[in-house]
Structure formats: structure tokens, C-alpha cells
Design a binder for this molecule. Structure first.
Ligand code: HEC
Ligand code: HEC
Ligand code: HEC
Ligand code: HEC
Ligand code: HEC
Ligand code: HEC
Ligand code: HEC
Ligand code: HEC
Length: 437
């Protein structure tokens, strides 16, 4: 097992980083994070096919086939949100692994039964939408009831329940390729000359090979690999591009798309590119692609902050535990450096973060903190549609997202952190790392 982990480190460092961005000398590397070695490539650990995503025109065989020979990867991947990005419904609530503590959609929108639903989109991390039997996405405007299900999210006080989704939508909303392409394996848009729909449901404008982001979404179709695995002819791409194609919001990865004072979901690639020191990292430097970060964090994150920043202290928060009512959070580097500046489905209200605190439901990958005495409005461009950047293309999060979501004012109840406003937080932020704790 230990060998397996180290093997993976070497592979990802070798493939993703070797010879590119990090002169080994600039990184204070420790035992847990071996420096890139030539062995990673010359020793035969490199993958054979890193260019042909079609695997020589192969066909999709489905993840059950992969499971037969790769049972441990299949087992850990079962916990990943990828596997549950789109869920087939057959007369009963979709099933999620029990380890996904917050996951689950107990009932369809009011007045509907599970027989009225063909697919649930998500329902694993933050929220869910429903596709009806004819393949249209349910909206409030058409159904006359709330159609978005939000999961519990204790960090920002969200309690599970239905909320409004597209009340202005008066006609049935098709489930288009622009919507399912990142939630399925082998997605195909509709060909105008041969307009096919998944399962023959007219509202679905195209087809897919398998629901959810399964093995072949990243490795390409497997029909040539299965009969002849020793040829090692299946596609493996450890670069950022494997993930970027779905973790990009909008068309331009140089724009971190925002709305209503929050970053919009799925913008991780654009955020990372604007993160200064991490801008050229592949996602797989930190993430193991086969383990969930949300529900299996210790395996999902293969290189933690301290692996590469061993000398950085905890900015006077070592061992501190934040408490708000029933919610408790052990302070880590990401409590400050990856604040919840993104809103996927729900943001905190003033009872939770006070009038000046700011909190969505998804951690940002900007990492840099602005110590300026400014609030969130200066984190975004004047029109609010994107995150603002400096002359070097770097973004930074403001202290209302970073500090004041815990150090709230008097409108929030039951917290154990002293009250700070934006001004006092920004002054303290600039000196927090200076003492060794
Ligand atoms: C019949 C057994 C079998 C099945 C089914 C199978 N694999 Fe494999 N796979 C293997 C073996 C064995 C290797 C290692 C080959 C070697 O290193 O000689 C391998 C290697 C791989 C690799 C690494 C390739 C490389 O260049 O090192 C990937 C990725 C992979 N499989 C993905 C998949 C996916 C995705 C599926 C389902 C579409 C799948 N496998 C189905 C047996 C199988
Ligand atoms: C460009 C790729 C992409 C497209 C297109 C896309 N999504 Fe997503 N979606 C994502 C990613 C990535 C996430 C995870 C986001 C995160 O955690 O920041 C996500 C998350 C979600 C979630 C939350 C899932 C959960 O378990 O909490 C829902 C619901 C969702 N998307 C619905 C939709 C709908 C509806 C559409 C079409 C209108 C759509 N998505 C189009 C990439 C995409
Ligand atoms: C989100 C993209 C993604 C998905 C989904 C995915 N993989 Fe991978 N896989 C990768 C990447 C990237 C690598 C390269 C090595 C690394 O960074 O860990 C890899 C490496 C591998 C390898 C070779 C190295 C190893 O860890 O043994 C095998 C075998 C493999 N994947 C099989 C699978 C199977 C089977 C599934 C489905 C259960 C799957 N993968 C799903 C991205 C993915
Ligand atoms: C085909 C589109 C697609 C690709 C490729 C993809 N993702 Fe995702 N990813 C999604 C969607 C959609 C979600 C939200 C799924 C949900 O929770 O319902 C998601 C969720 C996640 C999550 C949070 C869920 C969890 O359980 O931890 C992480 C972390 C993640 N992706 C990392 C990656 C990395 C790293 C890569 C590249 C190796 C990658 N993704 C490639 C579409 C994709
Ligand atoms: C420098 C390390 C690092 C890099 C590079 C990185 N991540 Fe992460 N990511 C993390 C850590 C750490 C977490 C989990 C923080 C926590 O919740 O404890 C995370 C969380 C996530 C989540 C879940 C966020 C949430 O709150 O729901 C997604 C999705 C994700 N990463 C996707 C990506 C993608 C896609 C890339 C590449 C574009 C990427 N990450 C690159 C370290 C990294
Ligand atoms: C794989 C190694 C690696 C990992 C893992 C990593 N970092 Fe870094 N980080 C670097 C490097 C290299 C730089 C750029 C050189 C420097 O500033 O030390 C950097 C820079 C930074 C910066 C300065 C950003 C800027 O350029 O303004 C911050 C803040 C940061 N990292 C925080 C974190 C946090 C928090 C985590 C964990 C979530 C983390 N890092 C994980 C390697 C890493
Ligand atoms: C209580 C909040 C907090 C915690 C916890 C925290 N940091 Fe920081 N960190 C900050 C602030 C604020 C700054 C910006 C300071 C500045 O620009 O003067 C910063 C700056 C940094 C920088 C950039 C330093 C530079 O010279 O540009 C790095 C790297 C960093 N932190 C890494 C870490 C790591 C690694 C951890 C966990 C061991 C961590 N931080 C924990 C608040 C925190
Ligand atoms: C996740 C919640 C959380 C975040 C984020 C956070 N803090 Fe704290 N902070 C706490 C808790 C809890 C304590 C300990 C309270 C106690 O012991 O009474 C604390 C203590 C402190 C202290 C007193 C330290 C000491 O030496 O006793 C200062 C100053 C402080 N925080 C400033 C900040 C600033 C500035 C930021 C943003 C850069 C920040 N905090 C981010 C929760 C947080």
C-alpha cells in the first residue's frame, strides 16, 4: 500500500511536472513529496498512450467492464462525485453510497412521484435537478412548484429542502448537450440529419454512453484495451487538460465567471490559472483522480499544503476549533486560503455569517488572500460578471470571505471567534503569519 502511494506520487510528478514549471530547487520538498526523478519516465512508469483520446476509434464498454480487472479503482471511484453527476431513476429514489453523508434526494418535487422522473442531476454534494420522463429538466415555471433540491450544508447553515429554480421558464426546458456534456460519459450532441435522443426521450437533445463521469470519460472508450490490456493502449492524460474541459465555467479559461457577488460553480481551472504560485499545476498534483475529495479527503488529496510548504505556520490558528451552534471546524490552511467564495447552490445568511461575512458553499482555488481594507465588491469586476485580476493575471480573495465568515458581527449567533470587521480583519491578516504558531 505504501508502495502504491509513493508510486502514484512519482507518476504524477514525473508526468505532470517534470521539466516544466518547477525547478526542483525552488521547492522545499520533504519526505512525503519526492522530487521529480528521471526514473519516473525512463523507468517505464510513463503511460503509453497520452495523445489518442479515441483509443484508435474504440467503442465505449461501460465502467462495469473496467471494474472486473480494476476492482480497487472502481471501489474508490464509487465515492467520487463524478460517479453521481447524473443518476438514472427507476421508480425509486436514486441510491448514493452511505459514506456520502450529506448525499441524497428523498423525494421528487411536490405532487410528483419517482415514476415521473427519469434522471436526477447531482444530489451528491450540494444540490439536484430533475429530468422528467420525456427528457425535459423540471422548472418552477412549468411545474408550478419548487424544483431545485438543496442538500444540507452545515458549514454555511443550509438546511435540506426544495428551493426555486427558473420560475420564469414557461415552456418545457430541454436537457441539452451544453448541459449534460460534463455530467456524462461519451456525450454526443444531436445531429440535425439524424436527431437522436437518449432512451428515445424527446427532451434530451443528444445521447451518451453512460450516465455520470465514469472511467471512459477520462480514459476514452475501452473496447480495444479490454481484450489486450498488455498493449497499454488506453488513454491517460495527467495534465490539467483532463480536468479543465469540465471544470471551466463559460468559454474562456482566463475569465473566472461570477454572479451576485460569488464565483460561479465549476470555475476551478480559471481560478487555478489566476492563483500565482500554483498557476501551472495540474489538478492531479494535489488531487487523486480516483478518490473523492469531498467524502474521502485523506485519499483524495495526495499532496497537502504542508507537503510543499513545510515551513509555513498556522497563522496563529494552530489547534483552534471554530464553533457555531452545532457546527465545528478544525482550522487548517484551507480554512483561510480556500474560502467558500463560490456558490454552487446556496449561500449563508446574516444569522450565520453576520452582515459583513461572506460565504457560498464551494471552496475557491485562488489561494491568495488580499490584506487590503476592502470588501467583496472589489474582488469582482465593475459589472460583477468576473473576478478582477492584477497586472500579472492574479486574483485574490477578500477578508470578508476569508476571516469575517467566522469572526462575524453581532447578527450571527453562537460563534466562538472574536468579532472583527473588514477593517480590523485586514489589519490583522497582514501580520498573522509573522509569529510561529
Ligand atoms: C481484462 C482485464 C482488463 C479490463 C477489462 C480493463 N483493464 Fe485496464 N488494464 C489491465 C491490465 C492488466 C493493465 C496493465 C497493463 C500492463 O501494465 O502491462 C491495465 C492498464 C490500464 C491503464 C494504464 C495504462 C498504461 O498505459 O499504463 C488504464 C488507464 C486502464 N487500464 C484503464 C481501464 C479502463 C478505463 C477500463 C474499462 C474501459 C479497463 N482498464 C478495463 C486490465 C484490464
Ligand atoms: C462545463 C462543464 C459543465 C456543464 C456544461 C454543466 N455542468 Fe453541472 N457541474 C460541473 C462541475 C465541474 C460541477 C462541480 C462544481 C463544483 O463543485 O464547483 C457541477 C455541479 C453541478 C451540480 C451539483 C451536483 C451536486 O451533486 O451537488 C448540479 C445540480 C449541476 N452541475 C447541474 C447542471 C445543469 C442543470 C447543467 C446544464 C444547464 C450543468 N450542470 C452543466 C460541470 C458542468
Ligand atoms: C476524472 C478523470 C478520471 C476518471 C473518471 C478515471 N480516471 Fe483513471 N486516471 C486518471 C488520471 C489523470 C490518471 C493518471 C495517474 C494519476 O494522476 O493518478 C489515471 C490513471 C489510471 C490508471 C493507471 C494508474 C493507476 O492508478 O493504477 C488506471 C488503471 C486507471 N486510471 C483506471 C481507471 C478506472 C478503472 C476508472 C473508473 C473506475 C478510472 N480510471 C476513472 C483519470 C481518471
Ligand atoms: C466529464 C466532465 C468532468 C471531468 C473530465 C472531470 N470532472 Fe470533476 N466533476 C465533474 C462534475 C459534473 C462534478 C460534480 C459531480 C457531482 O457531485 O454531482 C465534478 C466534481 C469534482 C470534484 C468534487 C467531488 C468529489 O467527490 O470530490 C472534484 C474534486 C473533481 N471533480 C476533480 C476533478 C479532477 C481532478 C479532474 C481531472 C483529473 C476532473 N474532476 C475531471 C465533471 C468532470
Ligand atoms: C495546490 C493543490 C490543489 C490544486 C492544484 C487543485 N486543487 Fe482542488 N482542492 C484542493 C484541496 C486541498 C481541496 C479540498 C479542501 C477541503 O475541503 O479540505 C480541493 C477541493 C476541490 C474541489 C471541491 C471544492 C468544494 O468545496 O466543493 C473541487 C471540485 C476541486 N478541488 C477541483 C480541482 C480542479 C478541477 C483542479 C485543477 C483545475 C484542482 N482542484 C486543483 C487542492 C488543490
Ligand atoms: C505541489 C506543491 C504545492 C502544494 C501541494 C501546495 N503549494 Fe502553495 N505553492 C507552491 C509553490 C511552488 C508556490 C510558488 C512559490 C512560493 O511562493 O513559495 C506556491 C505558492 C503559494 C501561495 C502564494 C500564492 C502567490 O503566488 O501569491 C500560497 C498562498 C499558497 N501556495 C498556499 C497553499 C495552500 C493553502 C496549499 C494547500 C491547499 C498549497 N499552497 C499547496 C507549491 C505547492
Ligand atoms: C487564519 C488564516 C490563515 C491560515 C490558517 C493560514 N494562512 Fe497563510 N496567509 C494568510 C494571510 C492573511 C496571508 C496573506 C499575508 C500577506 O499578504 O501579508 C497568508 C499568506 C500565505 C502565503 C504567502 C506568503 C507570501 O509571502 O506571499 C503562503 C505560502 C501561505 N499563507 C501558506 C499557508 C499554509 C501552508 C498554511 C497552513 C500551514 C496557512 N498559510 C495557513 C492567512 C492564513
Ligand atoms: C474557520 C473559522 C476562522 C477563520 C477562517 C479565521 N479565524 Fe481567526 N479565529 C478563529 C477561532 C475559532 C479563534 C480562536 C477563538 C478563541 O480561542 O477564543 C480565532 C482566533 C483569532 C485571533 C486571536 C489569535 C490568538 O493569538 O489568540 C485572531 C487575531 C484572529 N483569529 C484573526 C483572524 C483573521 C485576521 C482571519 C483571516 C485572515 C481569521 N482569523 C480567520 C476562527 C477563524
Amino acid at each position: 500500500m505504501a508502495y502504491q502511494r509513493e508510486f502514484k506520487f512519482v507518476r504524477s510528478w514525473g508526468i505532470a511536472l517534470l521539466g516544466s514549471l518547477l525547478p526542483a530547487a525552488t521547492l522545499p520538498l520533504t519526505g512525503g513529496c519526492p522530487p521529480p526523478t528521471d526514473d519516473a519516465v525512463d523507468g517505464g512508469l510513463a503511460f503509453n498512450n497520452t495523445t489518442d483520446a479515441t483509443n484508435q476509434g474504440a467503442a465505449y464498454v461501460g465502467s462495469a467492464a473496467c471494474r472486473a480487472c480494476h476492482p480497487s479503482i472502481a471501489e474508490t471511484s464509487r465515492l467520487h462525485g463524478h460517479a453521481h453527476a447524473l443518476n438514472r431513476v427507476q421508480g425509486q429514489a436514486p441510491q448514493y453510497p452511505p459514506e456520502g453523508e450529506r448525499a441524497g434526494v428523498p423525494s421528487p418535487p411536490d405532487g410528483k412521484t419517482w415514476n415521473d422522473v427519469s434522471y436526477v442531476i447531482g444530489g451528491y454534494q450540494h444540490g439536484a435537478f430533475f429530468v422528467d420522463r420525456t427528457g425535459f429538466v423540471m422548472t418552477d415555471g412549468v411545474e408550478g412548484v419548487n424544483t431545485q433540491w438543496n442538500l444540507d450544508f452545515p458549514p454555511n447553515g443550509t438546511v435540506a429542502g426544495f428551493v426555486a429554480y427558473q420560475p420564469e421558464q414557461q415552456t418545457p426546458l430541454p436537457y441539452g448537450h451544453d448541459c449534460f456534456r460534463c455530467h456524462t460519459t461519451g456525450p454526443e450532441p444531436q445531429d440535425p440529419n439524424d436527431p437522436r435522443s437518449q432512451d428515445g426521450r424527446p427532451g434530451i437533445l443528444g445521447t451518451w454512453a453512460e450516465a455520470g463521469v465514469q472511467c471512459e470519460a477520462c480514459h476514452g472508450p475501452g473496447s480495444n484495451h479490454v481484450p489486450n490490456p498488455q498493449a497499454r493502449n488506453i488513454f491517460v492524460d495527467s495534465t490539467v487538460q483532463t480536468c479543465a474541459r469540465c471544470h471551466t465555467r463559460g468559454d474562456d479559461p482566463d475569465v473566472i465567471v461570477a454572479a451576485d457577488g460569488f464565483i460561479r460553480a465549476g470555475a476551478q481551472y480559471a481560478e487555478l490559472r489566476a492563483s500565482g504560485g500554483h498557476a501551472n499545476f495540474a489538478c492531479t498534483v494535489c488531487h487523486d483522480p480516483h478518490f473523492s475529495t469531498i467524502y474521502d479527503r485523506s485519499n483524495g488529496i495526495r499532496n497537502d499544503c504542508r507537503t510543499c510548504h513545510p515551513d509555513q505556520n498556522m497563522a496563529r490558528h494552530a489547534g483552534k476549533i471554530f464553533v457555531r451552534g452545532d457546527y465545528a471546524e478544525q482550522l487548517g490552511c484551507e480554512s483561510c486560503h480556500m474560502p467558500f467564495a463560490t456558490k454552487t447552490t446556496a449561500a449563508a445568511d446574516a444569522d450565520t455569517v453576520g452582515n459583513n461575512g461572506r460565504m457560498g458553499d464551494t471552496r475557491t482555488h485562488i489561494f491568495r488572500i488580499s490584506t487590503d481594507n476592502v470588501d467583496f465588491s472589489s474582488m469582482f469586476t465593475a459589472d460583477g460578471a468576473a473576478v478582477a485580476k492584477d497586472g500579472d493575471g492574479r486574483a485574490a480573495v477578500t477578508v470578508d470571505f476569508v476571516c469575517v465568515r467566522c469572526h462575524t458581527d453581532g447578527t450571527a449567533t453562537g460563534t466562538n471567534a472574536v468579532r472583527l470587521d473588514v477593517r480590523s480583519a485586514s489589519a490583522l491578516a497582514a501580520i498573522l503569519h509573522e509569529t510561529a504558531q
